[in-house]
Design a protein around this ligand. Structure first.
Ligand code: DC
Length: 233
């Protein structure tokens, strides 16, 4: 008998049965909106890990804790109470969803999210939250570090120009007067920092599907991820 050909592997479908969709990718690519919509479609829960790093940065900022002061950092992390509910981020019970999106926190979160001790704590919390599965989780290291056993992994990309344009329109819709060049420069700074840091840098997992959303609508991206997942579950 002829040896059987191995079944062709579908990109993004890892062969694992752990029901969790990992969506990673650079800043401003629409991961959070996509992940929330995919979760709604499947009746799963959604975890925004970027919001957790932002809330940690806010806590450091408010208490004036420096990353260099290791014992103060340890104390702060030991008492860090984070939770997410209905798409809102809470820090010790306070809704900080708006506060974590300020420009100041967006700047401060880069070094905070590169700190090994901060990552250790937040990755533990993320694993605990998602441990029973049926979660859609978005971030930078979900498919590589946090949930390498996810059944479905997407690495969402878009050209820097497309991401900057989307972010620009988003800020305009919020009544701000952004500068397109400055928005692009900020995205590129964050891409560079996220992909070159020593701990858990942004990179595509080998078994993730790279999905370039530059010329796709949000609906098309969501549809593609949901269809891919359902075809294999
Ligand atoms: O996705 P975001 O812009 O809200 O993420 C905020 C910051 O946290 C950003 O600097 C990248 C970092 N981050 C990370 O290092 N690992 C994750 N899993 C999620 C976000």
């Amino acid at each position: 008998m002829e040896p059987r050909e191995p079944a062709p592997r579908t990109p993004g479908i890892t062969g694992s049965t752990f029901p969790l969709i990992a969506i990673d990718g650079p800043s401003g690519v629409g991961k959070s909106t996509t992940a929330r919509r995919v979760a709604e479609r499947l009746g799963w829960q959604y975890l925004d890990t970027g919001a957790m790093y932002r809330a940690a940065a806010l806590a450091l900022h408010r208490t004036g804790t420096s990353l260099e002061d290791r014992s103060a950092l340890e104390r702060l992390l030991a008492g860090l109470e984070l939770s997410q509910e209905g798409g809102r981020m809470f820090l010790r019970g306070e809704d900080v969803s708006e506060a974590i999106r300020s420009q100041e926190i967006t700047r401060l979160v880069t070094p905070v999210s590169a700190d090994a001790r901060v990552r250790e704590l937040l990755v533990d919390q993320q694993r605990h939250i998602g441990s029973r599965g049926r979660w859609v989780v978005d971030g930078r290291d979900i498919g590589t570090v946090v949930f390498p056993q996810a059944c479905c992994k997407i690495f969402l990309t878009a050209s820097p120009a497309a991401r900057a344009r989307r972010r620009f329109l988003e800020l305009q819709a919020k009544g701000q007067m952004p500068d397109l060049e400055a928005v692009l420069a900020d995205l590129q700074r964050r891409d560079q920092a996220d992909s070159t840091r020593a701990v858990a840098p942004l990179r595509k997992a080998e078994d993730a599907e790279e999905l370039d959303s530059s010329d796709l609508s949000l609906d098309q991206v969501v549809e593609r991820i949901v269809a891919r997942h359902l075809a294999h579950s």
